[in-house]
Design a protein around this ligand. Structure first.
Ligand SMILES: O=C(O)C(=O)C[C@]1(C(=O)O)C=C[C@@H](O)C=C1
Length: 237
């Protein structure tokens, strides 16, 4: 159902040239989508040519981990209601059948995660250009751990998680007509959002950064690679 929903919606978006933008990645294989009907836009060539695409992993993680977690409470409440109406056993845990509404939200969430994770390529390119000499040896003799260490900024991650918690806390509130927070139960699982970023979104963004770096020298001449390897960090220029 979700694959169908994605393909139909992405097919329409593809005609409006959505996936020609360097920060947009469809979940449906691009060769299964229609060509854009609009004229192409000339985007600045910021990224080095690559085929890095984390969408298959994002889709599986979403279906297997995120959806069960965010629907757990509602699933239990529905099962209680069903038992009260004499429905027992496996049928208690059947979904509520709201496939259309769920599909619309699934699309939005998947695309937001995908965009965020693939932004890692831009971050990675900028880190590479700042100090190519540091990266080149670990790309030539591929070393994921060394590359991951070079792109990891623990302080940035710490502040991001702090900011995220605050945003989620505000978002989780309901506001009364007088504009003041109602103070009732949080609308979303704030810890769950922070955990999702800490344990999945940030690590996957880093994987994308490393995957991108690993192909960053493909097709360059020895001279071009030597020049990059001999460059001083931009902060020192
Ligand atoms: O901001 C960066 O430098 C990133 O690479 C992005 C990001 C993230 O996913 O938020 C990933 C790795 C860094 O350790 C910090 C943050």
């Amino acid at each position: 159902m979700l694959e169908w929903f994605l393909k139909e919606t992405e097919g329409f978006h593809a005609k409006a040239r959505r996936y020609t933008s360097p920060d947009e990645y469809p979940f449906t294989p691009i060769e299964q989508l229609p060509q854009p009907l609009l004229k192409p836009i000339q985007y600045p060539q910021v990224l080095y040519p690559n085929k890095v695409n984390a969408n298959p992993s994002i889709l599986s993680f979403y279906a297997r981990s995120i959806v069960p977690r965010i629907t757990r409470q509602a699933t239990l409440a529905l099962a209680t209601l069903k038992r009260a109406n004499g429905i027992v056993g496996d049928e208690e845990y059947e979904d509520d059948g709201n496939y259309g509404s769920a599909g619309v939200i699934d699309m939005e969430v998947l695309q937001a995660i995908s965009k965020r994770v693939h932004y890692g390529k831009f971050v990675s390119e900028s880190k590479f250009l700042d100090d190519p000499a540091a990266f080149v040896p670990h790309i030539l003799k591929p070393n994921r751990d060394a590359l991951a260490a070079l792109i990891t900024k623990p302080e940035v991650e710490r502040r991001l998680l702090q900011r995220l918690r605050k945003k989620a806390l505000v978002y989780a509130q309901d506001f009364a007509p007088d504009g003041e927070p109602r103070g009732d139960e949080a609308k979303i699982d704030v810890d769950g959002v922070v955990e999702l970023y800490e344990n999945y979104i940030i690590p996957l963004t880093k994987e994308v950064e490393v995957d991108y770096l690993l192909v960053r020298l493909n097709g360059l001449s020895q001279q071009e690679i030597d020049d990059l390897a001999g460059k001083k960090p931009s902060a020192a220029v």
